[in-house]
Design a protein around this ligand. Structure first.
Ligand code: FES
Length: 142
């Protein structure tokens, strides 16, 4: 094997051996700037592609999901950064009105093929008032 190809094979092997615990996390910003009922969109590298995600403040608790409806894999916010519906009780995809539970990401109403499915969760860690996001490790099913 030529040296150039051997070197490339070594790089590939070393990358494949990374442990899941070595997953990177990304700084989103201070959670104090996100009031209850508000959301913040951000980009996160997931398996080599930048994916749009969103962070929500649901009654003082913070959750984040990939901005990808489980009915059709497209962004949920037809109106930019508008995810909450029913006075902040649910998250909603504006395309065909799929409703999701903010705490779990479960689709609880809307198109039948989406009901019962979960939004892809982005793990959030808050340290010293700063939110950090870790890319999901699960494969997208659609
Ligand atoms: S694409 Fe979201 S409800 Fe249809």
């Amino acid at each position: 094997m030529p040296d150039q190809h051997r070197h490339r094979a070594q790089l590939t092997r070393s990358r494949a051996r990374r442990s899941p615990s070595a997953a990177r996390r990304f700084r989103l910003g201070p959670v104090a700037s996100l009031a209850p009922g508000e959301s913040l969109k951000f980009m996160l590298p997931i398996r080599g592609a930048d994916e749009e995600c969103f962070l929500i403040n649901f009654g003082g608790e913070f959750f984040a999901y990939v901005n990808r409806c489980r009915h059709v894999p497209m962004a949920m916010d037809w109106v930019d950064n508008q995810f909450f519906a029913e006075e902040g009780r649910y998250l909603m995809c504006q395309t065909h009105n799929a409703y999701y539970e903010p705490r779990t990401g479960e689709c609880i109403a809307g198109p039948a093929s989406a009901c019962g499915k979960l939004l892809y969760r982005v793990a959030i860690e808050i340290k010293d008032g700063i939110a950090y996001a870790s890319p999901p490790t699960e494969e997208f099913e659609d």
